[in-house]
Design a protein around this ligand. Structure first.
Ligand SMILES: O=P(O)(O)O[C@H]1[C@H](OP(=O)(O)O)[C@@H](OP(=O)(O)O)[C@H](O)[C@@H](O)[C@H]1OP(=O)(O)O
Length: 490
């Protein structure tokens, strides 16, 4: 039974990254792909495989990039280039919302892994794969999760060197906040160590202690907004018949083939149920994130299995935390109300807050990006969605919300720009998702005029969260309707 993952393994990974932190040239490989096209007949195509594209399903299928919210954060470097601000602009505020780092499985997942132990108790292949997790550490941050957030903080010090160079930590200037869960508070600490070590006053390491506030989950309308919304809890969470129906349909239509194949091959009696494939997928995910083992439970799954289970989970998250229900598109309104207030009170001299650094959950990131209209497909994600639509969908939790997923909002003051706003001069906002500059829909470039950003938020700013989330009979029945892209006003 694992008591603790091997920290030296993580240091090896770190040293490996540092040692290899040089430009290496990838050889390209050409892949001749052939197929039959009804109108063209047999067709040949050349596909250039570039190992840098870790997720090229035609060439370098890397299943560890398809582990949904249980996947590892793709950036492991402790170096990053400095920020290049837009011309005649200065970064004046920096806001972060980060998911916590890699964690131990929750109790519900530990239970799933115990069930796998009994299902595979007589299968020789799996005798060396006993469940390594117990309930005592359920949901806690792992050493790897600490490292991920520490490195995120170190990269922030480098990308925003000029910004942080002029700031000395004080809790009125740099505001840390986490949800009321240990893994998020500890992640905030790890980030602070990465950001401020060498710039504090404690010990020869010049450590900087920070204050991290949190609010009870059922009152936290900014970071655990769904737990603070009775309407969401009673409808989207407890009575999500649409999600359950779509998942059952997809399990039966597609995942059942996988469970039959594995049951037949390993002679498992009674045969596995389709849902057990989701258990194997999760056991694989934690074998990778906790022990760097991708040859145990993962070895039972093939490429298409990973893609199908990934879609099954994405569908679930779509209905619970994103476009599958209209209420989900509004749940981040308190967060953005506070965000806009924080930016404008600083710009108008009413506040000295230069940075807010918040640490929460995968669903927090999903609610935020959903409110901004990011990663929305122009078709619903259902069990009947066409294969090419599934393959090209924008809503992908493996890319959006792996462990340590994060969203930065950079606020720039551009003194001499052409489209000066009469009130706020020319303020630009840039969004980064997992450290990649990202265009917000309705903004033309990654640098978006502040007034445009506020317009796209509309009446989310100063929303009445309590009224929106009040559980009344009419709202309950209305929100139970399948959200089929007809905006139902709640
Ligand atoms: O399926 P599990 O139990 O892991 O779900 C967790 C959530 O994990 P996720 O599904 O996002 O991988 C966890 O989110 P996290 O970002 O903190 O990892 C959430 O906080 C926890 O309550 C579980 O969600 P659930 O909906 O309550 O099952």
């Amino acid at each position: 039974m694992f008591e603790q993952e091997n920290p030296s393994m993580l240091h090896d990974n770190l040293s490996h990254d540092v040692v290899n932190d040089k430009i290496i040239y990838f050889e390209f490989t050409l892949k001749v792909c052939y197929g039959y096209n009804p109108s063209l007949g047999v067709t040949l195509a050349l596909h250039v495989c570039n190992p840098q594209y870790l997720d090229d399903a035609l060439c370098n299928f890397d299943f560890t990039r398809h582990l949904s919210t249980k996947g590892l954060y793709p950036i492991t470097s402790n170096t990053t280039p400095p920020l290049e601000s837009p011309e005649s602009c200065v970064l004046v505020q920096l806001h972060l919302v980060s998911r916590h780092g890699a964690r131990y499985p929750t109790s519900s997942d530990v239970k799933k892994f115990d069930i796998l132990d009994s299902l595979f108790s007589s299968i020789p292949l799996a005798q060396d794969w006993p469940n390594p997790f117990n309930y005592s550490k359920a949901g806690l941050l792992t050493n790897r999760g600490e490292h991920e957030l520490y490195l995120l903080g170190k990269r922030a010090r480098q990308r925003y060197y000029e910004f942080w160079h002029n700031i000395t930590y004080d809790s009125n200037v740099v505001v840390f906040q986490s949800s009321a869960v240990s893994r998020t508070g500890q992640s905030g600490n790890a980030y602070a160590f990465g950001l401020f070590s060498g710039y504090g006053s404690l010990s020869d390491l010049k450590l900087q202690p920070v204050y991290i506030s949190s609010i009870p989950r059922n009152q936290d309308t900014e970071l655990s907004m769904h737990h603070a919304c009775p309407l969401w809890l009673a409808t989207v969470n407890d009575s999500n018949f649409t999600r359950k129906w779509q998942e059952e349909k997809y399990l039966d239509a597609f995942i059942s083939t996988i469970s039959r194949r594995i049951s037949d091959r390993l002679k498992i009696e009674p045969p596995l149920d389709p849902i057990h494939i989701n258990y194997i997928y999760r056991a694989c995910s934690f074998a990778v994130s906790f022990s760097d083992k991708n040859d145990t439970w993962c070895s039972l799954l093939e490429k298409d299995d990973f893609l199908q289970i990934e879609y099954l989970l994405d569908m679930g998250y779509y209905y619970s935390f994103s476009y599958g229900y209209q209420l989900n598109t509004k749940l981040a309104c308190r967060f953005f109300t506070s965000f806009v207030e924080s930016v404008e009170s600083y710009l108008t001299g009413r506040s000295e807050v230069r940075s807010t650094l918040k640490f929460a959950h995968a669903e927090t990131i999903m609610f935020l990006t959903t409110m901004l209209g990011l990663y929305e497909d122009n078709y619903p994600l259902t069990a009947d969605t066409l294969p090419q639509q599934i393959a090209s969908r924008k809503f992908r939790t493996s890319r959006l919300t792996p462990f340590s997923a994060n969203v930065y909002f950079e606020i720039y003051n551009c003194s001499t720009r052409y489209d000066a706003d009469p009130v706020f001069g020319t303020i630009l906002i840039q969004l980064l998702v997992n450290e990649q500059p990202t265009v917000i829909p309705k903004c033309v470039y990654t640098y978006c005029p502040w007034k445009t950003f506020k317009q796209l938020l509309g009446d989310a700013i100063n929303c009445d969260f309590d009224d929106m989330c009040k559980l009344t009979h009419s709202k309950f029945s209305l929100s139970m309707q399948y959200y089929d892209f007809v905006n139902i006003n709640i």
